[in-house]
Design a protein around this ligand. Structure first.
Ligand code: SF4
Length: 610
C-alpha cells in the first residue's frame, strides 16, 4: 500500500513499549499495526487486541508484578494523564488523491476512538513539490478540516466553537474572553442563547465543540439541551461557568463530555493545542473508563496578558451593541470570605496557585474601554469588579487618566469598610456617577456571625453619607430571608436603609448556593434539604430554605424599596399588614409595583431612561 499515490495509515501502540516492555521482559512488546479500518472484522480485531492488551496489564496487577498505582504513574509519565494514545501515522503526497482520502483518515481516527475509547493523534509526513514537512493534523471529535499547504507544510484544521448561554441583558464577559482565545488560535466561534433556535444554529454552524456557560439553577436546562442536540449531531460538549467550577462532579450523571473549571482562558488555549489530550489542566473528561480529573493551572498573574473580550460575538444582538451601557472588568478575585459568596471556595480551588486578587494595569483597562466606547454607541461605563476600590493607589492613577482617555460617567462596586473620603474624592474626579455598596443586613451580629462580613452599621451609614456629600448616587444591596435569622432581622435591614436613604435600596432573597460556606451550613444544619435543582436562577421570587414567614419575606422583597422611600408605610404598621396578605392576592400586583420602581431606580443610577 505504500506507493507514491496512496496514503498509508499505520496504527500502532508505540509508547506503551516503555515501560511495559521492561515489565514484560521484552518478550511481548505489544504492537498493533493496521492499514485501515474498513470492515467489521478489522474493527473487531482492533477491539480484541486492545482488550487483550488492557487484560494483560490487569493480569500483571492481579499477579502482583506491579501495582495499579505503578500503571497509573507510567501512563501519567507517558501522557500526563490516564489513557492510551494511538498514533496514526500518515504519508500524504501533495496534490495526489490516493486510496485513502483525508476525510477517510479522519473517519478512521474517529472510529478507532469511538469503538475503543482511546485517543487518536494523527501525524503526517507531507511530501510536496515545494518541500517536506511534518505537522500534526488536528482531528476534532466530529470532523477534520485541512487548510492549504504553506511552504510545503500542511495547515492546521480550523475548528468551530459554539457557545450556548441563557439570554443575557448585559455582555457575558466570561464567554467573550474565551471566544477571544479561540479566535486568536485561528478557529471560529459563534454564540446562541437558549431562547433562540439552537437546533438550526447547530445545523448551520456545524460546531466541533459546544461550550455551555452554566449558573447553578440552570444546570438541568443545559443538560437537557445538550442531550437533545447529541441525539442528532456529533460534537464534543464542555460545561463551564460557576456551576461546573463548583460542581464538576455533575459531569458523571450529565450528558456533557467534559467540564472546564475556574479560569478558562489558559485551559482552553491548551485544549485547542491538542483536542484529544485528556490531560488539559482545569478539565475533567468523561471516558469509557471513568472520569479523568485534571488539576487547575495557576491563576493568570498578569491580567494584561489576556486578550480583550470578543465583543463581535455579542454585538450581533442590536440591543447589546446599541445598548447605552457597556460593561468591563478591571480585576479578578476578592480578598474577603463572605459566607454566602463563592469567593472563599474559589480561592480554595486555587490554594497555592497564585495571587487571590489581581488587577489589570490602568492603561490596559482604559485601552479596552476607549476602543469600545469609540466603536459602539455608549453613554455609560459599568465596572463589574467585586470591589473596584481595593487598591487606593490604583484608583488614584485611574482618576488621573480616565477623564482624558474616556471621560464618560461610570458605575462601580465598593465596600463600606474601604470607603474613605480620599477614595470618594478620587472616584468623583474620575467621573463616577453611581456605586454599589453591600449592607446585606441591618444587624451587626447577623452580618458578622451569619454572613462573615466584618463591618458595622455605622461604617455603612458613613460610606453612604460620603458618597452623598460628593453627589455620587448609591445603590445599597441587601439580603432578606437569611437562614438563622427572623423577620425582625429583615425589618432591621429595612430600618438601616431608611436611615441611609440610598438612591436605590436593592434587595434579594437568600439562596443557599452550593459550595458557599452558608449554603453548606444550611445543608449541615438541615435548613436546606434539596439538591440545588429547585433553586431558580433569580433571587427575587422565592426561598428554598426552611425558614419562617416565607410569604412575608417574598412580599417584603417586592415592597422593600418603596417602604424605604416612604418610611410611614413601615412605622404605621401598614407594611406589616400588606406583607401578611396571601400570595394569590398580592404576588402579581406587588410584582408590577416592584418592576415599576426598579425601572425608575435604573434611571436614578445611570442618569437616563433605559
Ligand atoms: S466582598 Fe463581595 S465578592 Fe468579596 S467575598 Fe464578600 S460578597 Fe464576595
Amino acid at each position: 500500500m505504500d506507493n507514491n499515490n496512496t496514503f498509508k495509515v499505520n496504527c500502532e501502540i508505540i509508547d506503551m513499549r516503555y515501560p511495559l516492555d521492561e515489565l514484560l521482559d521484552k518478550k511481548s512488546i505489544i504492537q498493533l499495526k493496521i492499514e485501515r479500518i474498513d470492515n467489521e472484522s478489522d474493527r473487531e480485531r482492533l477491539k480484541k487486541e486492545i482488550e487483550d492488551y488492557t487484560g494483560a496489564i490487569e493480569k500483571y496487577v492481579e499477579d502482583g508484578v506491579c501495582s495499579a498505582e505503578d500503571v497509573d504513574r507510567w501512563f501519567k509519565e507517558l501522557y500526563g494523564a490516564n489513557g492510551i494514545v494511538w498514533d496514526l501515522e500518515t504519508n500524504i503526497r501533495k496534490g495526489q488523491i490516493g486510496e485513502m482520502s483525508l476525510d477517510e483518515i479522519g473517519r478512521t481516527a474517529i472510529e478507532i476512538r469511538e469503538s475503543n475509547g482511546v485517543r487518536v493523534r494523527i501525524k503526517s509526513k507531507i511530501v510536496g513539490a515545494v518541500g517536506i514537512g511534518y505537522r500534526d493534523i488536528k482531528i476534532n471529535h466530529a470532523s477534520m478540516e485541512i487548510g492549504g499547504f504553506k511552504g510545503g507544510v500542511q495547515g492546521v484544521g480550523v475548528m468551530r466553537f459554539l457557545f450556548i448561554t441563557k439570554p443575557f441583558f448585559i455582555e457575558p464577559l466570561g464567554i467573550m474572553h474565551l471566544s477571544s482565545v479561540v479566535k486568536n488560535a485561528g478557529h471560529k466561534t459563534d454564540l446562541i442563547t437558549t431562547s433562540e433556535d439552537v437546533e438550526s444554529k447547530v445545523k448551520e454552524f456545524k460546531p466541533d465543540f459546544i461550550f455551555y456557560s452554566i449558573m447553578t439553577g440552570d444546570h438541568g436546562l443545559f443538560d437537557e439541551v445538550n442531550g437533545r442536540l447529541k441525539e442528532k449531531h456529533k460534537f464534543f460538549s464542555i460545561a463551564g461557568g460557576p456551576h461546573a467550577t463548583f460542581f464538576p462532579e455533575m459531569l458523571k450523571e450529565s450528558s456533557f463530555d467534559a467540564v472546564c473549571i475556574g479560569e478558562g482562558e489558559k485551559a482552553i488555549e491548551e485544549f485547542l493545542k491538542d483536542t484529544e489530550s485528556l490531560s488539559v489542566p482545569n478539565f475533567w473528561f468523561k471516558t469509557s473508563s471513568g472520569i479523568i480529573k485534571n488539576g487547575v493551572k495557576d491563576l493568570i498573574e498578569d491580567l494584561d496578558e489576556i486578550h480583550f473580550p470578543d465583543r463581535d460575538i455579542v454585538f450581533k444582538y442590536p440591543e447589546i451593541r446599541d445598548g447605552p451601557i457597556k460593561h468591563f472588568i478591571a480585576s479578578r478575585g476578592c480578598p474577603y470570605n463572605c459566607s454566602y459568596c463563592f469567593n472563599e471556595s474559589y480561592a480554595g480551588i486555587y490554594e497555592g496557585k497564585g495571587s487571590r486578587v489581581r488587577f489589570r494595569s490602568v492603561d490596559n483597562l482604559l485601552k479596552e474601554v476607549k476602543d469600545v466606547v469609540e466603536g459602539s454607541p455608549t453613554r455609560f461605563v459599568y465596572f463589574q469588579d467585586d470591589t473596584f476600590i481595593l487598591k487606593p493607589e490604583w484608583i488614584k492613577e485611574f482618576a488621573m487618566k480616565y477623564p482624558s482617555e474616556v471621560g464618560m460617567p461610570f458605575h462601580c462596586h465598593t465596600r463600606a469598610n474601604l470607603v474613605t473620603e480620599e477614595i470618594v474624592k478620587d472616584l468623583k474626579a474620575a467621573g463616577c456617577y453611581s456605586v454599589h455598596i453591600a449592607a446585606e443586613s441591618g444587624n451587626d451580629e447577623v452580618r458578622r456571625e451569619v454572613l462573615n462580613r466584618n463591618m458595622s452599621n455605622e461604617q455603612i451609614i458613613g460610606a453612604v453619607e460620603l458618597f452623598r456629600k460628593y453627589d455620587i448616587k448609591v445603590m445599597l444591596q441587601n439580603i432578606i430571608g437569611l437562614p438563622f435569622t427572623t423577620l425582625k432581622n429583615d425589618f432591621e435591614t429595612l430600618e438601616l436603609n431608611i436611615k441611609c436613604q440610598p438612591d436605590y435600596p436593592w434587595v434579594s432573597i437568600f439562596q443557599p448556593y452550593p459550595k458557599t460556606a452558608l449554603g453548606q451550613r444550611c445543608v449541615e444544619e438541615g435548613v436546606y434539604e434539596g439538591d440545588f435543582s429547585d433553586m431558580g436562577s433569580n433571587f427575587f421570587d422565592g426561598s428554598v430554605i426552611d425558614i419562617n414567614n416565607k410569604n412575608e419575606i417574598i412580599n417584603l422583597q417586592k415592597l422593600f424599596a418603596i417602604a424605604v422611600k416612604n418610611p410611614d408605610l413601615y412605622y404605621s404598621g401598614v407594611l406589616q399588614k400588606m406583607i401578611e396578605l396571601p400570595a394569590d392576592v398580592t404576588r402579581e400586583k406587588f410584582g408590577e409595583i416592584y418592576k415599576m420602581y426598579r425601572k425608575k431606580a435604573d434611571e436614578i443610577l445611570y442618569g437616563f431612561e433605559l
